[in-house]
Design a protein around this ligand. Sequence first.
Ligand SMILES: Cc1cc2nc3c(=O)[nH]c(=O)nc-3n(C[C@H](O)[C@H](O)[C@H](O)COP(=O)(O)O)c2cc1C
Length: 144
Amino acid sequence: MNEWIQKMKNADGIILASPVHYSAIAGTMKSFLDRAFFVTGVNDGMLRHKVGASVVAVRRSGGLPTFEQLNNFINYAEMLMPASNYWNVIHGRTPGEVNQDIEGVQIMRVLGRNMAWLMKLVQYGKEGVRAPEREPKTFFSFIH
Ligand SMILES: Cc1cc2nc3c(=O)[nH]c(=O)nc-3n(C[C@H](O)[C@H](O)[C@H](O)COP(=O)(O)O)c2cc1C
């Protein structure tokens, strides 16, 4: 955990990726995200305003719920999310099979280009445009 948290701390951009296991994030990745984002995203805002994107590999179905689940971590950490020309899901079962999904390959290429461009915008924009201050988190649990 600590090694990967350090890697995320040093990165300007982060890609979260998972295969689909039972229409959801793979268990190992989910455990990692639950712990890592509690430390980095919630507590000290370490990932705030870093660029972050999610990508999913799936054999047949369950790609979109998994994509949404990964995106939830990125949104919660106040990261900046680039988009592609479709949802970032690519199809394949065995290693390398995704290369046959030519639409999926294009989605990933467009995402990569948009992500690289957004990271440059953030890097150069920071000098001229001040970022909004981080607000202390308000919790409201619907209990009265
Ligand atoms: C435990 C498990 C659950 C899976 N569930 C799904 C599923 O819900 N939908 C699907 O299309 N493929 C499912 N698959 C197939 C994987 O999404 C697909 O083979 C994946 O791209 C392979 O990645 P992996 O070998 O790293 O797990 C599942 C595979 C495993 C091992």
